[in-house]
Write a protein that binds this ligand. Structure first.
Ligand SMILES: Nc1ncnc2c1ncn2[C@@H]1O[C@H](COP(=O)(O)OP(=O)(O)OP(=O)(O)O)[C@@H](O)[C@H]1O
Ligand SMILES: [Mg+2]
Length: 532
């Protein structure tokens, strides 16, 4: 919780955010800081913050007045550069010395990082290494260039949006920036990133968390794991971000589909061969055994700055041999698995991706429908989004169905989702592979038969939340066994661990589990009738 701010508080320590709970808290604390400083006008703050360099090289105000006002009135987490400039300007107004300003900026940025790293997206907080990457003195001229192009349609957009090409990771010493941008003598850099969705909807928070990984480069294990349930948008996010920051990796960007959710995940030796080829190794030179391939892979990456997207990984074991050794590289792994081993043993930073928020879900539906929606239809979209669990895959399918059936009233489709077989309604006519149940099938297959059975039974129980104890009763198993099976199901992101030892079973997954129970001939557990 932020410490409360009273106007009588004299000490700056009373204004520092000490911990955090929400973006609203953070913004409130920022407003309080201005009050504490003596309520400088926006014009004064703008002057005190100095200037920054824009993407096109122009010098611009580090803290434009209009932006300050919209950021402080808004509900979105501002960019770190904004926070640093704002805090420094308030403290300068109050007459603080540069040393105190630098320390305060450091505290605010640490809290900002924690805010970005906390639930629902990320588990561990940023490493100490990352926090030490912040320069101790944030003189305005030292601020990274500010985007003038990103997301400017929204008020204060440049401060929430991102233009990584204009943003140099601060910890990178100048000697590491090669003038040519490329490693001398390297083969033609691979540029394998596939197309991202034309317009990524939402995900500002998650993109900011990924941006922070650029700051960790050079000082930490270079891997970030994007984990989440089937169809939640892991690949879309990773590829979109990778395309945006490609400039930071002039020695190449590799995309490798590890096919973890399919029936034939890629084997390690096969994956290494593909990576070696991507890095320019001739077929005849690729060593035969896995160990030598790993050695050649790390040797080829040494001294290079390569971004490697390891998409749709099965688990930690599949990813581990493919991690670069050179901390100037960065691997972004996406997986339906929680990749806990990669976090615990390899120091990976994990981004747990949740469903979209309601506004982004509505936007995604409107985009997919691709035609004007009347006010009644627009209201029905929220219901559709809810029934799709705000899961991008489901939203895209619902949107595509509505686009294919221009005569269908949106309200009718919403009612169909509400009443009928939601899984059937979230299939695309004539496309059996790209459906919500097909996506869930891939994860379900990875569970042991006992865990599959428990998931089906929990689906039949129809509850949104349960504990180990209630799952044990519903599943007819012992407490330890229930915990083991729940961990297994949670590792595949089909249920979510929540506060106070509870687990969440989202309703789309519940529908899937119920359907699966029907297919497999699993009946309702006897415990259901005895109100477990
Ligand atoms: N934020 C977004 N904005 C626009 N489209 C999105 C977004 N997120 C996902 N999508 C679209 O939703 C669909 C599912 O997303 P994606 O394939 O990235 O999910 P995933 O989590 O990688 O799934 P899987 O677990 O099957 O690998 C794709 O068509 C993707 O383009
Ligand atoms: Mg994917």
């Amino acid at each position: 919780m932020f410490r409360g701010i009273a106007m009588s508080k004299e000490s700056l320590r009373d204004i520092q955010p000490s911990a955090l709970e929400s973006v609203d808290d953070f913004l409130r604390c920022m407003r309080d800081l201005r009050l504490w400083a003596g309520q400088p006008s926006l014009r004064r703050l703008q002057r005190l913050a100095g200037t920054a360099r824009a993407a096109n090289g122009d010098e611009i105000d580090a803290l434009p007045r209009s932006t300050v006002s919209s950021v402080l009135r808004g509900r979105r987490v501002p960019r770190s550069e904004f926070v640093a400039a704002y805090v420094a300007a308030c403290l300068r107004y109050r007459g603080s010395g540069e040393r105190e300003i630098a320390e305060s900026v450091e505290v605010w940025l640490t809290v900002w990082r924690r805010l970005c790293a906390m639930s629902p997206a990320v588990s561990p907080a940023m490493s100490p290494a990352a926090s030490s990457a912040v320069p101790s003195v944030m003189a305005p001229a030292a601020f990274p260039a500010v985007s003038t192009a990103a997301d400017e349609s929204a008020p204060g957009g440049a401060w929430f949006g991102r233009a990584p090409s204009a943003w140099t990771p601060r910890e990178q010493p100048p000697s590491e920036r090669r003038p040519s941008g490329r490693t001398p003598g390297a083969a033609v850099p691979p540029q394998q990133l596939p197309a991202a969705p034309a317009a990524l909807v939402g995900r500002e928070f998650d993109l900011a968390v990924l941006d922070m990984q650029l700051e960790r480069r050079g000082c930490a294990v270079p891997v970030v794991a994007v984990s989440g349930m089937p169809g939640v948008g892991k690949t879309a996010l990773a590829v979109h971000w990778a395309r945006q920051v490609a400039d930071h990796f002039p020695d190449g960007q590799i995309h490798l589909d590890l096919r973890g959710s399919g029936r034939a995940p890629m084997r390690t030796e096969q994956a290494l061969a593909v990576l070696l080829r991507a890095l320019g190794m001739a077929e005849a030179d690729i060593p035969a055994d896995v160990e030598s391939r790993m050695g050649s892979y790390r040797s080829l990456l040494a001294g290079r700055r390569v971004l490697i997207v390891l998409d749709d990984a099965l688990d930690t074991a599949q990813i581990r041999p493919l991690l670069p050794g050179d901390s100037r590289c960065l691997a972004v792994a996406t997986s339906r698995n929680r990749l806990s081993g990669l976090v615990a043993r390899d120091g990976a930073h994990r981004l747990l991706l949740g469903p979209l928020d309601p506004a982004a879900s509505r936007r995604m539906l409107i985009q997919a429908i691709g035609r004007a929606v009347d006010p009644g239809g627009a209201r029905a979209l929220d219901g559709i989004a809810r029934r799709c669990m705000q899961l991008p895959l489901a939203l895209r399918i619902a949107g595509a169905n509505l686009a294919d059936r221009p005569d269908q009233d949106i309200r009718e489709y919403a009612a169909e989702l509400e009443r009928g077989d939601r899984m059937a309604a979230l299939a695309i006519d004539g496309d059996e592979s790209d459906t919500v149940p097909a996506a869930f099938d891939g994860s379900y297959r990875l569970l042991s038969p006992e865990a599959q059975r428990l998931l089906c039974t929990l689906g039949l129980a129809g509850r949104a939340e349960f504990t180990v104890e209630s799952a044990a009763v519903i599943g007819g198993v012992g407490g330890d066994e229930a915990r083991r099976l729940l961990n297994q199901i949670a590792a595949e992101n089909l249920i979510e661990p929540a506060a106070r030892g509870r687990y969440l079973l989202r309703d789309l997954t519940r529908d899937y589990a119920r359907g699966r129970a029907r297919t497999e001939g699993i009946g309702p557990p006897p415990a259901l009738t005895s109100n477990a």
